[in-house]
Design a protein around this ligand. Sequence first.
Ligand SMILES: Nc1ncnc2c1ncn2[C@@H]1O[C@H](COP(=O)(O)OP(=O)(O)OP(=O)(O)O)[C@@H](O)[C@H]1O
Ligand SMILES: [Mg+2]
Length: 213
Amino acid sequence: MPAAEAIELTDVTLHRGAHCVVAGLHATFRAGSVTALTGPNGSGKSTVLDAIAGLVAWSGGRVAGLPADVAYVPQSVPPTALPLTVRDAVAMGRWAARPWWRPSTRRDRSVVEAQLERLAVADLAHRSFDELSGGQRQRALVAVGLAQEASVLLVDEPTAGVDAASAVLVLTALAAEARAGVVVVHAAHDPVAVAAADVVVALGQPSASPACS
Ligand SMILES: Nc1ncnc2c1ncn2[C@@H]1O[C@H](COP(=O)(O)OP(=O)(O)OP(=O)(O)O)[C@@H](O)[C@H]1O
Ligand SMILES: [Mg+2]
């Protein structure tokens, strides 16, 4: 159930090990809006998403309004080497709301089927997750994220490697989530994805910032 109103970053600094990646970042990620994070390779887009998801520690500045339920679709996932179907993967998205050892409910199953349809991967539902093409996998991963029904949805490069029609599907799904009150933030190089966002936050070269020296 969406609960966040806005996530506010004030003068945030982020490191990867000893390396300063982001400095002096001010940004507001609002419920109801799709925000695109842009910037050159290595500017820290994925690192900002990692920090919002709790995978990287904030090393400076203030963060307010960050809810506990965050769904994160990463830039890439390694092969699972498990006998996991696409439907299994999307169903695992429901574990965020229900312990894995509890049987799935009718609602869990209907959310999974709805997201498979929404991202046009329903006809691949029985296929091995590891055997999908790059673009198919990207759409399936977005379906996993959507199935979590979190207050915050983070998607790293949602349209990278995805064909034009599928990109429209993905961007339409992200916009609909935002309209439903979710904080949606994605990292993007794709000009179509950036243009479709309500708000754009551009990251620069952190080494130019005094806070990074
Ligand atoms: N796990 C890691 N360990 C150490 N350094 C890392 C790690 N992940 C990223 N970095 C470094 O942090 C910096 C920012 O990387 P990040 O992946 O956030 O950039 P990005 O803007 O998402 O780039 P891209 O457009 O290529 O996806 C880079 O210099 C990168 O080398
Ligand atoms: Mg990245």
